[in-house]
Design a protein around this ligand. Structure first.
Ligand code: CP3
Length: 356
């Protein structure tokens, strides 16, 4: 597919470990409710209708790009489109977040799920939204595609909503280890197809969100998360190459996963995202010199004055260094954030030029 020439390749350069002119920056949930223009669109349509309508998904993806000098766009969608495509109902309830009216409760429920090979047909709307957005971006910045990691998706499929302990989902590891692996393998197979489809459609970097890493700990992570994260990165890169497509960098964001950074650094991901509870120097020590780090300002730090935001960003970039670094928050931006404070964050990041 032919797309407009990319004019700002800072994010991709940083991801690949190449020198950059200034530190690239984007923000998780940058297309979201803190923007009045997003709330306006959202008041007219249901959340998943927005995801499923390429014109609407494209429009809100571009909103933060039109407002701020961000270095990347991320396609408007959700990690829960995979369980939906496997046949589960998901509702987005105001004030509550995503809810599955009939979550998986025992292994026999696995037979109700669809096949991994069918997922791509059902998610054609995401591919269409990506292709449309690549054109409408006119090469201004690269477009990020994404998915949830298998454990994070499994957790939602069993819990049916957010949970403090993840006790229902984790109980499967202790009661039904074989079926847990079967479910994780199904999600992995579907995810690989889905990510390759996103690259074919025009995604230029892929981020895998392991949002619930904190619940696993080192032993469960090694058994139930790491092998699937490895399959995803290896298979996606292999299939992208086999189809003659340009190789693309991949990011893993194991939120709350201090304990797993060293293991995750052994995988073929180019970028490792860290949340604000991790010290950048410690993260660098754990992942070694050959990975790009992404993060990690506390999302709450944007409640500070603009002057203080600028100081905190200065300290953050000093800790990470200008190279092999992508600035971001340590998690998604909050819905009650003043957009002007995000502008101050971005401006402060861009002050950091390469001296080499
Ligand atoms: O701008 C972007 O980052 C792209 C779009 C995006 C959304 N969800 C849109 C969204 C992305 C990358 C996601 C990922 C996602 N979705 C994750 C991983 C990142 C993370 O937060 O850890 C997770 C766990 C989900 C599942 C999900 N979707 C939850 C838990 C919620 C409720 C929390 C909330 O912020 O309200 C959502 C809803 C959601 N996804 C919204 C948006 C803009 C808000 C819903 C709304 O508009 O009503």
């Amino acid at each position: 597919m032919e797309f407009p020439v990319l004019k700002n390749d800072r994010l991709l350069r940083a991801a690949k470990g190449e020198k950059v002119d200034v530190v690239p920056v984007w923000v998780m949930r940058q297309a979201g409710r803190y923007l009045p223009e997003f709330r306006e669109e959202r008041s007219k349509a249901d959340f998943f209708t927005m995801c499923q309508t390429p014109e609407l998904a494209c429009k809100v993806t571009l909103q933060p790009i039109e407002r701020f000098p961000l270095d990347a766009a991320i396609i408007f969608s959700d990690i829960l489109v995979i369980p939906q495509a496997l046949g589960m109902d998901v509702e987005m309830r105001p004030g509550e977040g995503p809810v599955f009216p009939s979550p998986l409760s025992e292994p026999s429920d696995l037979s109700k799920l669809g096949k991994a090979s069918e997922v791509c047909c059902k998610l054609q709307y995401v591919f269409n939204a990506i292709t449309l957005t690549r054109h409408r971006l006119q090469g201004k910045v690269p477009l990020i595609g994404f998915c949830g990691a298998p454990w994070t998706i499994m957790a939602y499929m069993i819990e049916g909503k957010g949970s403090k302990t993840m006790s229902k989902a984790k109980s499967w590891f202790y009661k039904y280890p074989e079926e847990s692996h079967a479910l994780l393998q199904l999600i992995t197979d579907a995810t690989i197809e889905y990510l390759v489809g996103q690259v074919k459609a025009g995604a230029q970097l892929l981020q895998v969100f392991e949002s619930h890493a904190e619940h696993l700990g080192p032993y469960l992570f090694k058994e139930y998360a790491l092998p699937y994260l490895k399959l995803i990165v290896d298979q996606v890169k292999e299939r992208v190459a086999a189809q003659g497509l340009d190789s693309i960098p991949m990011t893993i964001f194991p939120k709350g996963g201090h304990y797993c950074l060293k293991d995750v650094a052994q995988l073929n991901y180019d970028v490792i995202g860290i949340d604000w509870t991790v010290d950048p120097a410690k993260a660098r020590e754990l992942v070694g010199p050959n990975k790009t780090l992404q993060g990690n300002l506390d999302p709450c730090a944007l409640y500070a004055s603009k002057d203080n935001i600028s100081k905190m960003v200065q300290e953050m970039v000093n800790r990470f260094g200008v190279h092999r670094y992508i600035a971001n928050l340590g998690h998604g931006i909050y819905p009650d954030m003043d957009p002007e404070h995000l502008a101050a964050f971005i401006e402060a990041v861009h002050k950091h030029e390469s001296k080499e």
